[in-house]
Design a protein around this ligand. Structure first.
Ligand SMILES: *Cc1c(COP(=O)(O)O)cnc(C)c1O
Length: 368
């Protein structure tokens, strides 16, 4: 079976995990510290704070900015539900805004009109753009609107480590950026996450909230505020450290495979049966999702592709279409369309050209 994605863990990385386990220092030790340093170097930001998952990172980000009851946070409709769940968990309201049909990311036009027409009762506090599948959001526009309306920007870059916007790494363009190292992402530590910021004072609060609200001065421990335990283990961090040096090459390989898909599937696209996402500079291609014509029965297609030995699946959710957020204020036509018609195809750096040829061949046959 060709899987949707495949973690890329070397024997050396596995040995390094064993070494950490034998060392007896298992949590938040030298490996975590080194991984934070190396990620900050890679991203080009002042601070990185590791967390136990991407969701934990998003939750910490909102807590560190003081977001809670009475506040509203803008999230895009088409994403993984964690983006909106963390808003709800803080007691704030998520304001679900439609996305662009071709990039699958927050539509700037819709964002602007929602902010302009906002009349409460909750107070707009933050925008959470999602770099969905690794596609960089137009951050200049998001930051301009945030500045004009005094809003925080928390980037959900959970699936976009290594993506760039105008040459700068995403996740470092707002107040805080959040990453995930779940096995479906390009770099994985099993579970895991990270926060990036250029504000040392936010970083300090994030570290405190991550670890029981605790601060150490010398041998003294003080509990400053209520916090959580969202720490990463050292054996996870060492896994991440072994993958980071290869990440940019993996992204390049993925981008090349997307081009192979484009040419293999161009006939289907010309006939209007499928559509591929827009070409966007700096995309990190965590996932390649195409959309299917309304005539195609997606469930049947998923079944017959599996029958031919290829795992395919729907792309992401439309928040306003799923039960818990169906009271959403704004209509999200595009998000709902992408949720209904999206199909994620296998994509990982070790899938070679012949793998893409096989998958494309099966897809063409199944769509006959
Ligand atoms: C994966 C993902 C998350 C959640 O990350 P976890 O590490 O699984 O908690 C959140 N938002 C987006 C956009 C994601 O892709």
């Amino acid at each position: 079976m060709i899987k949707l994605s495949q973690p890329n863990i070397s024997d050396a990385a596995i040995e390094a995990v064993v070494d950490v386990l034998k060392s007896g220092n298992l949590v938040q030790g030298v490996q975590c510290e080194a991984f934070e340093y190396e990620l900050a170097e890679y991203l080009g930001c002042s601070d990185v704070v590791l967390a136990s998952s991407g969701t934990a990172a998003l939750h910490l980000a909102l807590l560190s900015l003081g977001i809670g009851p009475g506040d509203a946070v803008i999230v895009p409709d088409f994403t993984f539900p964690a983006t909106a769940n963390v808003v709800k968990i803080t007691g704030a309201t998520s304001v679900i805004v439609d996305v662009d049909r071709d990039t699958y990311t927050l539509s700037i036009e819709n964002l602007e009109s929602v902010i302009r027409d906002w009349n409460g009762p909750d107070q707009l506090k933050a925008i959470m753009p999602v770099h969905e599948f690794g596609c960089p959001v137009q951050m200049d526009e998001v930051n301009r609107l945030a500045k004009e309306h005094s809003l925080f920007v928390v980037e959900d870059a959970a699936c976009a480590l290594g993506a760039t916007y105008k040459g700068t790494k995403v996740g470092t363009l707002g107040d805080i950026g959040c990453f995930s190292f779940h096995p479906r992402k390009t770099l994985t530590t099993g579970e895991g996450g990270a926060l990036a910021t250029n504000s040392p004072s936010l970083a300090k609060r994030l570290r405190r909230l991550r670890s029981h609200g605790m601060e150490r001065t010398g041998s003294q421990v003080q509990f400053i505020e209520p916090g959580l335990n969202y720490r990463m283990t050292d054996f996870q961090a060492v896994l991440g450290r072994h993958q980071l040096p290869d990440l940019d090459k993996w992204i390049k390989d993925r981008a090349a495979l997307v081009e192979v898909y484009r040419s293999e599937l161009s006939a289907l696209e010309q006939r209007g049966i499928i559509k591929l996402p827009a070409r966007v500079e700096g995309h990190s291609w965590q996932t390649l999702m195409i959309t299917l014509d309304a005539e195609v029965n997606r469930d049947e297609l998923i079944k017959s592709m599996r029958g031919k030995g290829t795992e395919v699946n729907l792309g992401a959710q439309s928040l306003s279409s799923i039960g818990i957020y169906s009271d959403s204020k704004f209509k999200c036509k595009n998000g709902s369309y992408l949720y209904q018609s999206g199909l994620a195809l296998p994509l990982y750096e070790n899938l070679d050209r012949s793998g893409v040829n096989t998958i494309s061949g099966s897809l063409i046959k199944c769509l006959k």
